[in-house]
Design a binder for this molecule. Structure first.
Ligand SMILES: [Cu+2]
Length: 164
């Protein structure tokens, strides 16, 4: 009888397979969540890899364009980073001649010897329809720029170059 009872009693404590099953169902769900986390991490790693690629490309000469028209520089404020090599493209899309005068900026920048002749008296002349390219590495500072052609600055042809 005791034997029988114990035999009957045995499956009872063993009975709750339901929570166990639930738990196993849950634990089956967890690897799926883990997969999602891994996938998210992989996506994040991918984006940080592209950020690294971007950072690497910043090591190379970066083209920057300023468009000269009547009577404006576009963009009006140029934001550059010191130590970065730039290819400064001055594009005259106006109906007349213009220049970009920034004596302090050009004086402190390291200008490529091949392009130094374009800078005269702290300014670069750009004839109508012409594009002048000056390769340089700017020095930290805030510089004013303007067109020194008669009255052009007073008509609004001014701007600034911020180098951080
Ligand atoms: Cu001008």
């Amino acid at each position: 009888m005791r034997f029988l009872l114990s035999r009957i009693a045995w499956p009872v404590p063993r009975m709750p397979p339901c929570p166990t099953r639930h738990r196993s169902t849950l634990s089956l769900g967890q690897p799926r969540e883990l997969c999602l986390v891994i996938a998210a991490v992989a996506i994040c790693a991918g984006s940080s890899a592209s950020a690294a690629t971007r950072a690497a490309s910043q090591g190379r000469t970066q083209p920057v364009t300023i468009v000269l028209t009547e009577f404006a520089f576009t963009p009006q404020t140029l934001r550059l980073h010191h130590g970065q090599a730039y290819q400064l493209r001055l594009v005259n899309k106006g109906s007349g001649d213009h220049n970009l005068s920034a004596p302090e900026f050009f004086r402190t920048a390291q200008i490529s010897s091949g392009d130094a002749s374009f800078v005269s008296g702290g300014k670069v002349e750009v004839s109508k329809g012409q594009t002048r390219t000056v390769r340089l590495v700017p020095a930290t500072g805030q510089y004013g720029m303007m067109c020194t052609h008669l009255l052009h600055a007073s008509f609004g042809m001014t701007g600034r170059i911020d180098v951080d």
